[in-house]
Design a protein. Structure first.
Length: 269
């Protein structure tokens, strides 16, 4: 039986490919691979040497974002820590360690400006209340961080049986009050005189204004927004108390010895 040449040709070519696998390029031999490996090691090693070299060491440190009595000490601490770095090797850890003694600092953000400058931005806690006990006032942030050394003037007060013992507030009730004040728009927080837990839950006394009942710690942003709308309404002028426990249905009380419902009465939350 004859075999067609058309069929033999492809079969032979496949057999040849199996017997003669693709060859590695001549230049890609062991010696070349070794040389390339050595070159990569030299380049990598050179980078590690360069990033810590004196030619790129930090000489100028620009610190921003610090305020208050501790601003100078914070700047000095960050400057000293930064001077041990280079602009090619900025370490966050030493910068955070440098400001660890300052509770007012929430975090720091560093940005290198090659070849010699390091810019450090300080993000501070915002004091939202003064914790008052035995006549002493200690500021605190919304997350419960105690801000010793920060002025307490003008802050709404939160009464405490005992002064804070550590760097953070552990009492759940106090933490809820701090979170409430932290959620307040700044203009309203500046009008708050006192915050406490009352019969209707979280309560704020506004300076020269009404009591505000917030109820639970849920939906605080919506409750503050509801309060803003109520205070802007002419119908609420002269109110002695405003209930925003259900923010969609706020109520004002004490208007000419009657209760005025702005929408529908609050049922509590």
């Amino acid at each position: 039986m004859r075999v067609s040449p058309r069929r033999v040709g492809p079969a032979l070519r496949r057999a040849r490919h199996r017997r003669n696998p693709r060859r590695v390029p001549r230049w890609l031999n062991t010696r070349t691979l070794t040389a390339l490996s050595v070159l990569l090691l030299l380049v990598g090693g050179g980078w590690f040497v360069l990033r810590d070299a004196g030619v790129v060491s930090v000489e100028e440190v620009e610190v921003s974002g610090t305020t208050g009595r501790q601003a100078g000490a914070i700047r000095d601490a960050l400057t000293n820590a930064a001077r041990d770095m280079t602009t090619l090797h900025v370490e966050q850890g030493p910068l955070e360690d440098a400001v660890a003694p300052f509770a007012v600092v929430r975090t720091v953000v560093a940005e290198a400006d090659f070849p010699r400058t390091l810019r450090v931005r300080v993000v501070e806690h915002d004091p939202v209340a003064a914790l008052v006990s035995d006549g002493d006032a200690v500021p605190a942030a919304a997350d419960g961080t105690v801000l010793r050394g920060v002025p307490a003037d003008g802050l709404p007060t939160v009464d405490q049986k005992l002064p804070p013992a550590g760097d953070r507030i552990g009492d759940p009730g106090t933490r809820k009050l701090l979170a409430l004040l932290g959620e307040a728009p700044k203009p309203l927080r500046e009008k708050a005189a006192r915050a406490y837990m009352g019969p209707r839950g979280l309560t704020v006394r506004l300076t020269d204004g009404p009591l505000v009942h917030f109820g639970s710690g849920a939906r605080l942003a919506a409750k503050w927004a509801s309060l803003i709308a109520v205070l802007a309404s002419p119908e609420s002028r002269g109110a002695t108390a405003i209930d925003v426990r259900v923010p969609e249905h706020p109520a004002a009380a004490g208007l000419e010895q009657r209760s005025t419902q702005l929408g529908q009465p609050s049922t509590g939350n």
